[in-house]
Ligand binder design. Structure first.
Ligand SMILES: [Cu+2]
Length: 120
């Protein structure tokens, strides 16, 4: 009799424990935003993000090595020739930020820009 009681208490705790684990399941994966880099532009050339909302920024190069740096946001992604790289970040301030290619890629390198709008 006593064993039965102990068994049901243990079972109860187990079920409770499992429901706790489920309740603590991680949130949905952050939204992935893909940016393609190609001499001498980013596509898209403009993005809008929400302040404080984490995203995964994916930089995909379809020709030579490129980078994408937002100095004020502490973001610098580099993708090798034909490669992809990614970074997770959450913009902490609102405003318009201009990202530049951070890997010299040729004559038009200086004109590779991506405008990021961060809104509330
Ligand atoms: Cu470049």
């Amino acid at each position: 009799m006593r064993n039965r009681l102990v068994a049901s208490v243990v079972l109860g705790l187990l079920v409770f424990g499992i429901s706790l684990v489920h309740g603590a399941a991680p949130q949905a994966e952050p939204h992935r935003i893909e940016v393609t880099a190609k001499r001498y532009s980013f596509n898209p050339a403009e993005l809008t993000l929400k302040k404080g909302e984490p995203v995964v920024l994916v930089l995909k190069s379809v020709d030579v090595a490129h980078g994408l740096r937002f100095r004020e946001l502490g973001v610098d992604l580099k993708a090798g020739k034909g490669a992809t790289s990614e970074v997770e970040f959450a913009p902490e301030k609102t405003g318009d930020f201009v990202g530049h290619c951070s890997v010299f890629c040729g004559g038009g390198h200086g004109s590779m820009m991506l405008t990021l709008h961060v809104v509330e």
